[in-house]
Write a protein that binds this ligand. Structure first.
Ligand code: ZN
Length: 226
């Protein structure tokens, strides 16, 4: 899953309106931000095996620290706790923790059984939506459209940057998603690991977009803004 994770972050803005979309991106993509670093460090492993599933040529055979159920729960608690220490916002902290865990739930839907439950065990889960190209495209596109819709309802642009910047971000994410699915397999594992860090660009972009938008709901009785 790729844009489905961003969809969760976009929709979570409604539940945590004071939290920047950039922070929500970090949470929903947390284990995928961690994963390329762990691969580069040699702690987790992936191999390129075209036909592994219809949608992805990647065989995620070893990624217990980022993508086990135990791992994602620990990361969720750490991120949630860290945010609480910094911001003292219980509700937003819980939303961020749930965003981290949501990543594993959505990966569970799409991956073949390669998601470990713990660090050492052999049990691996995955419902294998990636074996259906149409199913993957429909589920992720619908999720993404819903996320965009909720975010646009929960916020409004303060200026043109908030409007154009948002649509450009959504468009680039969707284009990269299609390129990943329909493009050729990556040339090497190190290319995957290095390219994976591009996700940080979307985090920065989301902070910038969110900074140029404001809460969308008009509070009853409040004086008109501007
Ligand atoms: Zn993932």
């Amino acid at each position: 899953m790729f844009i489905g994770h961003y969809a969760v972050a976009l929709a979570a803005k409604k539940a945590a309106p004071r939290t920047s979309l950039g922070t929500l991106f970090i949470a929903a993509q947390f284990i995928d931000l961690l994963w390329p670093l762990l691969v580069l460090a040699g702690l987790e492993h992936v191999r390129i095996s075209p036909g592994s599933t219809i949608v992805t040529p990647l065989d995620f055979y070893d990624y217990p620290y980022s993508h086990s159920l135990l791992g994602v729960l620990v990361w969720g608690v750490l991120l949630s706790g860290g945010y609480f220490v910094l911001k003292r916002d219980v509700r937003a902290s819980i939303v961020l923790g749930l965003c981290v865990v949501s990543h594993w739930i959505l990966d569970l839907l799409t991956h073949r059984p390669d998601l470990p439950l713990g660090i050492g065990g052999e049990t691996r889960w995955g419902l294998g939506l990636w074996n259906s190209l149409a199913g993957t495209l429909i589920v992720e596109s619908v999720l993404f459209a819903a996320g965009v819709f909720v975010y646009l309802k929960a916020t409004r642009a303060k200026n043109r940057a908030g409007m154009i910047g948002f649509w450009a971000l959504a468009g680039v994410l969707f284009a990269i998603y299609l390129a990943n699915i329909f493009g050729p397999p990556p040339p090497s594992v190190s290319t995957i690991a290095v390219a994976g860090n591009v996700s940080w660009l979307f985090v920065i972009w989301a902070y910038w977009v969110d900074h140029n938008r404001e809460a969308g709901q008009v509070v009853p009785g409040a004086p008109d803004r501007k």
